[in-house]
Design a protein around this ligand. Structure first.
Ligand code: HAM
Length: 435
């Protein structure tokens, strides 16, 4: 009988051990910065009631119309959805637990999101976002601080230059007036609209501005601009944001066509874009969403946030060649003959007490074959616990690598060390190597 082959689900990737260091580096670096701005972690379930997203993200968005993994829970008939984004889920949780009662919140999250999109480079069906939400604060100072914080994160990650685009979506009534004008304009040019645009004409005309269809670019370029419908307050909001971002020395462009794919935004929207990743060059998107808390049943409270695509950020770090090198193992313990296995186990424990990362050779084998495993492990040192040496109360230590610049490493030659002194000697040698 042919063996059955099992593969992962299309568009959903395994993160393999060789990539773990890079993933951890990105999360740790970003979170270190977030904590310097007072953000705390929140974790919400991967499943939510579908209404959280249809109400939060918006009924006529691409996400809700065609990208959500939704299903009926066969146990109780509940309509559930694998979260396509986390902002709605965070706001649901904040409302449910009254976290905005008499205070505001700065929250971050990191985890998998699910969208049934056509998989391609930088676009997956399960992907990971690291995001943050600042709730209960009106801005634009908070919006500006978020932009400044993101610039700091890019710098700490070493992703090279990323372009910041900002726009404003104004207030609800301004958007309504703009929307009416857009509908009138596109009605006058109905013959030039593609199928997608026709479908959106009365449901979400703003999204027509986002079209990728080259034949509609001219039409879209000449369409009424929201900027021309903004009242004094909205203009003031954008101006102050620009002032603060400029004062922080951050370059940006105002892109009047940046509308974003989620319905909850007002005022500030922004994206960080790189030209190094092909078509999926947006590594981070966000904006202000003052209506959302109330839309999801809470007492009205403003909010602003962002999410970065982890896969895209990681791909960008690889692209600019800034992958941090981190070894996984410090020491590989080789043992041979008699009951050296017990001594090796105890020796490894003594080294781990000193924060040394140790692999003890599993099972048995010739010293030569164990040495091969030691080399392949990437460890800096091999410790030999052989029957003869142990009988004399000693082990020997040998460095498995050299410095790039030719300096002598400790234990460059295989060296005998008293068993009792070995853990300290190895820890000290590692400290020298890492210095
Ligand atoms: P979004 O623009 O839909 O915003 O997603 C944010 C980022 O997630 C994108 O810029 C991209 O880097 C990444 N991303 C999105 N879809 C995929 C995919 N299929 N594969 C790989 N990466 C992807 C939001 O989700 C909002 N919740 C952001 C936000 C937070 N706004 C306010 N607070």
């Amino acid at each position: 009988m042919a063996k059955e082959k099992f593969t992962g689900v299309k568009g959903m990737n395994d993160m393999l051990p060789q990539d773990a260091a890079l993933w951890q580096f990105v999360q740790k670096t970003a979170v270190d910065v977030l904590e310097r701005y007072g953000y705390q972690e929140i974790r919400t379930p991967i499943l939510e009631n579908t209404r959280v997203f249809t109400r939060g993200v918006g009924e006529v968005t691409d996400i809700v119309e065609k990208e959500m993994y939704s299903f009926v829970d066969s146990m109780n008939g509940d309509q559930l959805t694998l979260r396509p984004e986390c902002t709605s889920a965070v706001v649901r949780a904040v409302n449910e637990h009254n976290l905005l009662y008499g205070t505001n919140q700065r929250l971050w999250y990191c985890g998998p999101m699910f969208r049934h999109e056509r998989p391609q480079r930088g676009r997956y069906r399960q992907f990971h976002q690291l995001g943050a939400e600042a709730l209960g604060m009106e801005g634009p100072d908070v919006d500006a601080e978020m932009i400044v914080m993101l610039a700091r994160i890019w710098k700490a990650l070493g992703v090279g230059p990323v372009k910041l685009e900002m726009n404003t979506l104004g207030a609800l009534d301004e958007r309504q007036a703009h929307r009416d004008a857009l509908i009138r304009y596109f009605e006058d040019h109905k013959a030039e609209l593609d199928e997608d645009a026709l479908r959106r004409l009365y449901t979400n005309p703003l999204r027509i501005l986002d079209t990728k269809n080259p034949e509609m670019q001219e039409l879209v370029n000449a369409a009424p601009r929201l900027l021309d419908f903004l009242g004094e307050k909205s203009r003031g909001f954008l101006n102050r944001l620009e002032e603060l971002v400029s004062a922080a020395g951050i370059e940006y462009t105002i892109n009047p066509r940046l509308v974003r794919g989620l319905d909850y935004y007002n005022h500030t929207v922004f994206e960080w874009i790189t030209d190094k990743l092909g078509a999926q060059g947006t590594i981070c998107g966000g904006g202000r969403y003052d209506p959302l808390v109330e839309m999801l049943g809470g007492r009205p409270a403003p909010g602003v946030g962002f999410a970065m695509g982890m896969e895209r950020v990681i791909e960008l770090i690889r692209e600019v060649g800034n992958v941090p090198v981190k070894t996984q193992t410090d020491v590989y313990v080789i043992h041979h003959g008699g009951d050296t296995q017990t001594k090796a186990l105890l020796l490894a424990e003594a080294m781990r007490d000193l924060n040394v990362r140790v692999i003890v050779h599993p099972g048995s084998g010739s010293i030569k074959s164990q040495m091969k495993k030691a080399d392949a492990s990437g460890a800096d040192f091999a410790v030999f616990a052989t029957e003869d040496e142990l009988a004399e109360g000693a082990v020997s230590v040998k460095a498995l690598r050299a410095y790039d610049d030719g300096r002598t490493v400790p234990f460059a030659e295989q060296t005998r060390v008293a068993l009792a002194d070995a853990p300290k000697a190895v820890a000290a040698a590692l400290a020298t190597m890492r210095a």
